[in-house]
Design a protein around this ligand. Structure first.
Ligand code: C2E
Ligand code: MG
Ligand code: MG
Length: 562
């Protein structure tokens, strides 16, 4: 006798009592659905958690419309119709229900069709909550990104105004843990952190594991929220405790990127992108902190991305849009033009002329400064070659980025350029800044000393803006120190800084180097600063950066442009 025969001989009451007994030892909700009569019976436990008024529901179809998430309803109904008509004898689906608070709950519903008393087709089975443990990631026991997308999509579509916050959390030094301690240690850290996160939020708040070392908290509960900052601090405290308990065997910190508003017109995809941006902001700001998404910063970031794309296109289009300007450098005390600094310019129709303070860092981040630096060098070398016909010992100053020094074959580029153009090496002054070379390693020293062997001078740029230490000056044996305009302005404004500049200039001289003072705009500024005895001056007072032809007309009358 198989169970079909047994059940067919039982009364409905008997079947229900068996189910009630089984229910006592199950975490799931057991149910019977009479497919002929449209009646649904579910365990009492389910009526507490879900919006069923009674255990026995007469109008099953109507009830399902209340409980099943609207966009899942058609799928569920179609499956039940097949069970009722005899097209299939089992039901197994994963879909969403609403709980009593109206919160979405993922469930897995499984059942088998049996023929019961009076030949009725009965679907008997169980509903289990996928809840926080299921759809799980094996490492952390959390749901994954796919599930986040589904849940977030639904909430953003139906009730975006109820989202309190979305918080993306990342481990600051996860790669390091994996590399130094192995993948297993990495997994343990993920597990620990997952526990810290779950323990820091309410039951009704959802936690997901995204890629690698990142987590997402979505607080869209109908309860009041304690807020993102409080939750972040709780997690941080728990992480610190865990790290301490494990006696600092694995040290890590966490950063977070949070969105607290503006959910109305967003998709899950956008939330993932924007919280990632905020998380990266937190990391950029020094890690171990939380950053709240800021639309203005994000727009600026997009602008920079766009500029980067446009510059890359221009680099590949024979440097269209790039131009080299020249600003005169005069010697003291007669103010004769002895050289010029080559200053890069870039712009396009969309952005107009963009300041080097904006585009130089973008070129550096993207590595584009390497081809562009080569272009500036070549342009400047050609120009200088021509201008030497007018001023015999004219010197052209070219700015070097630390990226060029660290990441390209600078020596080769310089040599090739000099050879191709036929430039005397002593025409060239390469301007370097201190930042980026804090750890002056042997390779860099070698490059600088090779340049000197080739008779190419170095100038230390931006002096007075960073650490500006004399040791560095000595180390790289710069022939010239360029005092930055910001420092000059300070000296013009207060006596103390004026005295410092005075002393610095004496010191530079005693080391055998010369001083170029930048940013002199007015004659009274010139008068005051001349008393500190700079060797050269560069500033708007003598000339602004200008295109080659303009420079020639203004400062090199003997040259006639072709
Ligand atoms: P920098 O090398 O210190 O260049 C001097 C800057 O001061 C130039 O700004 C110049 O226009 C400005 N300046 C000179 N005299 C005066 C003055 O009297 N008043 C004022 N207000 N400003 C003055 P610019 O051209 O905007 O360049 C800014 C920075 O961008 C440069 O500072 C340099 O660090 C970087 N840069 C420019 N061209 C290149 C390049 O080809 N390669 C690299 N790596 N960096 C470059
Ligand atoms: Mg410079
Ligand atoms: Mg400078």
């Amino acid at each position: 006798m198989d169970y079909q025969d047994v059940i067919q001989n039982m009364s409905l009451e008997q079947i229900i009592s068996v189910i009630e007994v089984l229910q006592k030892s199950s975490d799931s909700y057991l149910f019977i659905m009479d497919l002929n009569e449209d009646i649904y019976m579910i365990s009492e436990k389910a009526t507490k958690r879900f919006p069923f008024d009674t255990m026995v529901i007469e109008n099953c179809t109507e009830m399902l419309k209340q409980v099943v998430y609207p966009s899942d309803y058609a799928m569920v109904e179609a499956d039940i119709v097949k069970c009722a008509s005899g097209d299939q004898d089992s039901h197994a689906l994963e879909y969403r229900w609403f709980d009593r608070k109206g919160k979405v709950v993922w469930i897995n519903c499984k059942g088998t069709v049996v023929v019961g008393p009076e030949g009725h087709r009965l679907l008997i089975g169980r509903v289990s909550e996928l809840g926080k443990k299921a759809k799980a990631d094996n490492v952390t026991g959390l749901r994954r990104e796919v599930r986040f997308r589904l849940d977030a999509e639904a909430i953003l579509r139906d009730r975006p105004q109820s989202v309190h916050y979305m918080m993306r959390i990342g481990i600051d030094n996860f790669k390091e843990i994996n590399e130094k301690e192995g993948l297993e240690a990495g997994d343990e850290v993920l597990q620990e952190l997952a526990e810290c996160i779950v323990a820091s939020v309410d039951e009704s708040v959802d936690v997901y594991r995204l890629l690698a070392d990142e987590f997402m908290i979505m607080d869209a509960s109908t309860n009041d929220s304690v807020g993102a900052k409080t939750v972040y601090n709780r997690i941080k405290r728990k992480v610190t405790q865990t790290v301490r308990q494990k006696e600092y065997s694995r040290f890590y910190t966490i950063s977070a990127g949070v969105m607290e508003e503006g959910f109305e017109d967003k998709t899950a995809d956008e939330i993932l992108r924007l919280t990632e941006f905020a998380l990266n902001e937190a990391k950029r700001n020094g890690r171990n902190q939380m950053a709240v998404f800021d639309q203005e910063n994000y727009n600026e970031y997009l602008r920079r991305l766009d500029i980067r794309k446009a510059m890359r296109r221009d680099v590949n289009n024979d440097f269209n849009g790039f131009q080299v300007f020249y600003q005169p450098i005069v010697k003291a005390p007669d103010f004769q033009v002895v050289g010029a600094e080559a200053l890069l310019r870039w712009g396009n129709e969309r952005y107009g002329n963009v300041s080097p303070a904006v585009f130089i860092p973008i070129l550096e981040e993207s590595g584009l400064i390497i081809p562009v630096g080569r272009y500036v060098l070549r342009e400047a070398a050609r120009t200088c070659k021509k201008w030497r016909e007018s001023i015999g010992d004219f010197k052209i100053h070219v700015n070097l980025s630390y990226v060029q020094v660290h990441k390209s074959d600078l020596m080769k580029d310089v040599e090739t350029c000099i050879e191709e153009v036929g430039l005397e090496p002593d025409s060239l002054v390469l301007e370097v800044t201190e930042s980026g070379y804090i750890e002056t390693n042997d390779r860099i020293k070698e490059i600088f000393s090779e340049l000197k062997d080739k008779n190419i001078d170095l100038a230390l740029d931006d002096f007075g803006t960073g650490y500006s230490n004399m040791r560095y000056l000595k180390e790289i044996e710069a022939k010239t120190v360029k005092i930055d305009r910001s420092f000059v302005i300070q000296a013009l404004q207060n006596e103390h800084d004026y005295n410092i500049i005075n002393h610095i200039i004496d010191m530079v001289h005693s080391l055998g180097s010369s001083v170029c003072m930048e940013g002199i705009e007015q004659s009274d500024e010139l008068d005051k600063m001349m008393k500190t005895h700079p060797d050269m001056i560069q500033g708007y007072y003598f000339g602004k950066p200008s295109p080659k032809e303009q420079f020639e007309n203004q400062f090199l009358q003997t040259i006639n442009s072709p």
